[in-house]
Design a protein around this ligand. Structure first.
Ligand code: NAD
Ligand code: UDP
Length: 329
């Protein structure tokens, strides 16, 4: 049995990845500190052959025999990563460092979940992997963006120094069942608000754009990337290139839910990128990957999941993993 370690495996993307790996016969260790993830996301796997959960924080070293390390641990939603920005940056940097050190000891291949945020507020559109980005290094998003940029650097330095086998994906906005209902991201907010009859909160005038990828498409891409033969390393963009304004998204959610598109405008957050769309030419040519699930279908599946859960089982992150000095504030 191939042995996989999935950091952040109790989170949104990580739990879907664990499902995919178990289904194809991997032995899976899901390592998570449950900061934004939940045991609910992996409950169906507990007891499955080859699956085990280990509660652990990636800022501390870890050791186990494995063939594949999938590094997904990191809060991903702006509201979550800004909760304790110092911890967020440390999670990115120390988390990948510990994965790469584990790979040195075991010879495992390391898959690293990077992000479109490495492009910052892009002045090139759509963004190819060669674009070096426009990140504000001292702004409120920097703990995430710069942490992810440094994590990519560590992957490539380990490869150059130690010949480590690495695969780096730059993920663009992804949605689907098991998103944290209170993560503050636009898809989860609009669906939760629409299902409960609240107005949808559109930040700014709603003309900013994003491109939304359904989770199953993304996980299929992860598997292709990890299996890609050497010397392919990425970074490779993965996301759905179909671009929508936030107003268009709100209308689509309302249509699927069968509600009126009631909108309430709020202030646009600082450094909020105005436009984001992946250039997925590399994923298409090198991996033969492209997304298949269109927005209407993906939103319908996500709405069905939101209707099936009790949101109180997904509490907002608590201070249990904060720095002691931050807890004292
Ligand atoms: P998520 O918050 O649902 O999952 C992150 C998981 O990591 C959670 O289970 C959380 O408890 C765990 N975690 C956080 N800090 C940890 C720590 N110090 N030690 C151990 N575990 C820790 O978010 P997600 O959307 O599933 O994102 C997964 C990965 O993909 C992240 O690295 C994120 O940066 C990246 N990503 C996601 C998106 C997206 O649209 N969902 C976009 C770009 C990049
Ligand atoms: N957004 C919004 N209403 C919300 C939450 C977010 O209009 O309730 C906007 C946000 O300002 C951004 C876009 O939706 O322009 C995507 O935000 P999200 O936090 O989902 O992802 P990111 O900014 O990281 O791409």
């Amino acid at each position: 049995m191939p042995r996989s370690l999935v950091t952040g495996g109790a989170g949104f993307l990580g739990s879907h990845l664990c499902d995919s790996l178990i289904a194809s016969g991997h032995e899976v260790t899901c390592l998570d500190n449950l900061f934004t993830g939940s045991r609910h996301n992996i409950r169906h796997l507990e007891g499955a052959r080859g699956f085990r959960f280990v509660e652990h924080d990636v800022t501390e070293p870890f050791d186990l025999a494995c063939d594949f390390v999938w590094n997904l641990a990191c809060p991903a939603a702006p509201g979550h990563y800004r909760y304790d920005p110092v911890k967020t940056l440390m999670t990115s940097v120390l988390g990948v460092h510990h994965c790469l050190e584990l790979a040195r000891r075991t010879g495992a291949r390391v898959f690293h979940a990077s992000t479109s945020e490495v492009y910052g507020d892009p002045d090139v559109h759509p963004q190819p992997e060669s674009y070096r980005g426009n990140v504000n290094p001292i702004g409120p998003r920097a703990c995430y963006d710069e942490g992810k940029r440094a994590a990519e650097t560590l992957c490539f330095d380990h490869r150059r120094m130690h010949g480590t086998s690495i695969r780096v994906v730059r993920i663009f906005n992804t949605y689907g069942p098991r998103m944290h209902p209170y993560d503050g991201r636009v898809v989860s907010n609009f669906i939760r608000q629409s299902v409960t009859g609240e107005p949808m909160t559109v930040f700014g005038d709603g003309t900013q754009t994003r491109s939304f990828c359904y989770v199953d498409d993304l996980v299929a891409g992860f598997r292709l990337l990890m299996d890609a033969p050497e010397p392919f390393t990425g970074p490779v963009n993965m996301g759905n290139p179909n671009e929508f304004t936030m107003i268009e998204l709100a209308r689509e959610v309302a249509r699927v839910v069968g509600a009126d598109a009631r909108i309430e405008h709020r202030t646009l957050p600082q450094d909020d990128p105005l436009q984001r769309q992946p250039d997925i030419a590399l994923a298409r040519t090198a991996l033969g990957w492209e997304p298949r699930v269109q927005l209407a279908e993906g939103i319908a599946r996500t709405v069905a999941w939101f209707r099936s859960i009790d949101p109180s089982e997904y509490p907002a992150p608590t201070p249990n993993v904060m720095q002691p000095e931050a807890q004292a504030r």
